[in-house]
Write a new protein. Structure first.
Length: 301
């Protein structure tokens, strides 16, 4: 039997809605980042509550690596159609084609780092002055350094040593021409909070989060889905495994977990018992000790 503190979830919900409304009040042209993952889905749910019964006062932006899971893209498109939302898609392949991003080579090639270029190009092209993201402080040590309102300079870069105080939830969105903010309404949420909220609110999520059988390979200790975009290694063994994904990103770097959790209730029980962090299966985070922080300084979320 699953139990959870409803008042705690309501406090987090109220905080998230407050932050989202502050963005609408302080910025002229904000955008909500949407990946099709559970955190961005939760953030979208909060945003719809924040302005109901009116429509969202800002569009959504997805940075598509071209290596996303097909289930994620299908879920994204169906949700946009169902809710009648405006979605802008920035394609990493376009950045590669125009020479602003260079495709990595080799068996460990990934497009994760290339997302930064495409994101900055999309923000510049559409003149967005604030971008709402679903990052949480419990995900990773670099995430834990973030404020709700994260200032970025005119190159889109983040300085972790020069952030503004946020006393009593008073947010300072002042900026110079060309600068912008990343805003994180889910900062104080944990992975468990997200799952319990999704269960309580009956929010639809992609099937990838539930246990299913997939053809996988184990590479550097990480279970990866054997997709057409995953570079092959000669002699590597492909096995059918019962897995689910705790995070959803690029197919070449998002690791799966062995699991039989095929319901939200089972997922919550599993998260409560696990000792591995949510991003423990992300190959892109293992490139260096400061991989995430380095990418954030360059302009990544």
């Amino acid at each position: 039997m699953i139990s959870y503190n409803l008042s705690h979830l309501k406090e987090l919900e109220a905080e998230g809605i407050y932050v989202i409304r502050e963005v609408a009040a302080q910025f002229e042209n904000p955008v909500l980042m949407f990946s099709g993952g559970k955190d961005s889905i939760t953030m979208l749910h909060l945003a719809r509550k924040a302005f109901y019964p009116a429509k969202l006062p800002f569009p959504l932006l997805h940075v598509d690596t071209g290596h996303n899971f097909p289930e994620t893209i299908a879920f994204r498109d169906e949700l946009m159609k169902k809710l009648g939302l405006r979605l802008i898609v920035g394609h990493v392949q376009d950045s590669i084609n125009q020479g602003t991003a260079v495709e990595e080579k080799g068996v460990n090639a990934s497009r994760i780092r290339l997302q930064t270029t495409t994101l900055l190009e999309a923000l510049e092209k559409n003149q967005f002055d604030a971008a709402l993201g679903g990052a949480r402080r419990d995900e990773e040590k670099a995430r834990a350094k973030e404020r709700f309102f994260s200032h970025r300079d005119d190159f889109g870069q983040w300085d972790p040593k020069n952030q503004r105080p946020e006393l009593w939830n008073i947010f300072n969105g002042r900026k110079r021409m060309g600068e912008h903010f990343r805003v994180f309404p889910l900062s104080n949420w944990t992975e468990m909070d997200i799952w319990q909220y999704i269960l309580h609110e009956k929010i639809d999520i992609p099937s990838l989060y539930f246990s299913h059988t997939r053809s996988c390979v184990v590479r550097n200790g990480i279970i990866l889905y054997k997709s057409d975009v995953l570079p092959e290694i000669e002699g590597e063994e492909v096995k059918d495994m019962e897995v689910r994904f705790r995070t959803i990103g690029d197919m070449t770097s998002t690791g799966a977990s062995l699991s039989d959790a095929d319901t939200l209730e089972k997922i919550i029980d599993e998260v409560a018992a696990t000792r591995m962090t949510e991003r423990g299966g992300r190959a892109d985070d293992k490139r260096s000790e400061t991989s995430m922080e380095d990418r954030k300084k360059e302009g990544y979320f």
